[in-house]
Design a protein around this ligand. Structure first.
Ligand code: G6P
Length: 613
């Protein structure tokens, strides 16, 4: 939800900021803008559309300057147009500010500022904030850092902001609450961004800015951090583990395809150091450190959004099967606003690729205030969720750039499966034989995904047949019901085709009325788990002339003969089928979207990191 980037140093800021914006474009891409200080001028350029539109516009302008801030937007307040794009000027045009988040009490603040003679040109909450900083600065006659502190004390909501001031080419002031902000420390230069991806090219030394902290970056001076309440903080410098090649397409036409193809590696990375192949054993530090809590847990509540929520559903099936602990899976956005029963001996597992999803962060706070133990499963190292949970496990899928989640999903399922197995083993609720077999099979999933990826060309070919479709149905049972939901979500997100995921047996309670020869139905029908029942469901669709695309186990004959198209996956144990079945569904959605000419990596209206509720 909006990406922000800043630079101050001895290089030209413009190319660094533009490159940074391109890396952050996954966070929003409806408009973009940049502010640069050159001599005594504070230049602001903005454009509706993507970063490339901004570049096109700025080409004709003065883009000199060694200090600047830039923004790529996902609209919350005000439609995506040039006026509402960031940076926003203050009334005097002496301050320029970029913002990721929402100032919830902006209307009250705006009214107060209007009474003090301020006028507004945009519909955004951000313009209110920059005007407020200017008002506070002038009326109290204080420097920019103090003005930002004082102004933020009046704000309710979430923000990651950066401000620069005309006539002060040596300082950027930035702050955060709720939205992420990281500072990169180079040689005589500072970078700031919503995540580390714009920074990694220049330095691996970073400081993650904490809640309600204000950071002052002065040319040639040490980084200074104070809270909005003026308490000084010592910056904690961390080393980034990301590499630049992880952020590039590596010869693939889209990040999404690259990320689908990376899954054999990312799943190996998720298991590395955790599964011992010789001994068929699992070690998870996050579990070991809190073993007693897991063994005594009366209930596990999983909270997540989107694709991570689907991974949570698969986790429920695995934890209940192996560890015999009841699991509830909650949408974070619902959980946080109802009055859920949360007990002290509950474990709340928050799952998030980005580690920044506002609803999931709020769900964590609610669970914390009720005394539950909070465990995070996140991909982005150092993000807000891992920093706000008591313990957890990283998924280690590496940076995921495509807005539609693929490799992060399978890595989440892998971690949840390992967790279910290890709790079950320690509790004695899984037999040694099942445990060893499942661990053995889990370790072999990456090579089996490689086999599925070899069918990419076949999937690409038959995907062309379905570009006519307005609707799709996805069916699965047991562990594969959440996979059906995820397959449908992928198709919706990137091809804009309406799709529904259903438990196959629920068809007869309504959705079967939708079946006609126009309706493609994707059925996950592996030999492991309720095969015959799914075959009956397929017969019901066939009888109504639906088009069947099936995911079957290698060697299957019955379902293949009933299907219009089939994709084979290698055999494995039932609980691991989702890790294989998800792959052809990702490829199917990808190829349909490509043939339809959709923007696969940046689908309309979406953003990868949803830092607003
Ligand atoms: C957005 C993304 C989805 C993602 C969801 C949850 O909607 O577009 O791909 O599944 O947020 O994000 P998280 O980072 O918490 O997993």
């Amino acid at each position: 939800m909006c990406g922000i980037v800043g630079y101050i140093g001895n290089k030209q800021a413009y190319p660094i900021l533009i490159k940074g914006l391109r890396r952050l474009e996954y966070r929003g891409y409806d408009s973009a803008g940049i502010a640069l200080i050159h001599d005594d001028k504070l230049n602001v350029y903005k454009a509706k559309g993507k970063v490339s539109d901004l570049v096109h516009f700025a080409e004709q302008q003065d883009i000199e300057g060694t200090i600047g801030i830039a923004h790529t937007r996902w609209a919350t307040h005000g439609e995506p147009n040039q006026i509402n794009a960031h940076p926003h000027f203050s009334q005097s045009e002496e301050l320029a500010l970029i913002h990721n988040g929402i100032i919830e009490n902006y209307a009250v603040l705006k009214q107060g500022l209007i009474e003090h003679g301020f006028s507004f040109c945009s519909q955004t909450d951000t313009e209110v904030l920059v005007q407020l900083i200017e008002y506070v600065k002038k009326s109290n006659n204080v420097d920019l850092t103090t003005a930002v502190q004082l102004a933020l004390n009046q704000c309710v909501g979430a923000y990651a902001i950066a401000v620069i001031e005309k006539g002060h080419p040596d300082v950027i002031v930035a702050a955060r609450k709720g939205s992420p902000l990281v500072v990169g420390i180079g040689e005589d230069e500072y970078f700031l961004a919503s995540d580390a991806t714009p920074i990694i090219e220049y330095t691996d030394q970073v400081v993650y800015i904490g809640e309600e902290e204000v950071v002052t970056l002065k040319r040639g001076k040490q980084i200074k951090i104070k809270t909005i309440g003026n308490v000084e903080k010592t910056p904690e410098i961390k080393k980034l583990e990301m590499t630049l090649s992880q952020l590039e397409k590596g010869g693939y036409p889209h990040f999404m395809l690259k990320e689908i193809f990376e899954q054999p590696k990312t799943l190996s990375d998720s298991m590395r150091g955790r599964i011992n192949i010789e001994e068929n054993n699992i070690t998870l530090a996050g579990f070991i450190d809190n073993k007693e809590k897991f063994l005594k847990a009366k209930r596990i509540i999983i909270t997540a959004c989107g694709t991570s929520w689907h991974a949570g559903l698969i986790g429920k099936y695995a934890i209940e099967e192996f560890a015999r602990i009841p699991v509830e899976v909650e949408y974070s956005s619902e959980f946080r606003y109802r009055k859920p029963v949360i007990n002290k001996d509950d474990i709340v597992i928050a799952i998030s690729q980005s580690g920044e999803t506002a609803d999931t962060l709020a769900a964590i706070e609610l669970a914390k205030s009720n005394g539950a133990f909070i465990f995070g499963i996140c991909n982005v190292v150092g993000s807000s969720i891992p920093r706000n949970t008591y313990s957890g496990c990283y998924t280690h899928a590496g940076p995921e750039i495509g807005v539609a989640s693929t490799k992060a999903f399978t890595a989440q399922v892998t971690v949840l499966t390992m967790l279910a197995l290890i709790i079950g083993k320690e509790k004695g609720t899984i037999s040694q034989e099942d445990y060893l077999k499942t661990v053995y099979e889990l370790a072999r999933i990456p090579e089996k995904i490689n086999v599925i990826l070899k069918q990419d060309a076949v999937i690409a070919e038959f995907s062309k047949t379905f570009t006519y479709a307005q609707n799709f149905i996805y069916l699965g049972r047991g562990y594969n019901y959440p996979v059906a939901l995820e397959g449908a979500l992928k198709l919706k997100e990137i091809s804009y085709i309406h799709a529904e995921g259903y438990p196959a047996a629920e068809m007869k309670h309504g959705p079967i009325a939708l079946i006609s020869q126009e309706m493609p139905v994707v059925v996950i029908a592996p030999s492991a788990g309720m095969y015959e029942k799914v075959v009956s469901n397929i017969q019901e669709i066939k009888a109504r002339k639906g088009k069947i695309i099936s995911i079957v186990t290698e060697g299957d004959v019955v379902v293949r003969n009933l299907s219009d198209y089939s994709i084979c996956i290698p055999d494995t144990v039932e609980c691991l089928v989702p890790l294989l079945a998800a792959i052809p569904l990702q490829l199917l959605a990808y190829h349909i979207a490509v043939v339809k000419g959709c923007d696969v990596d940046q689908p309309r209206n979406l953003a990868k990191s949803v830092t607003v509720e």
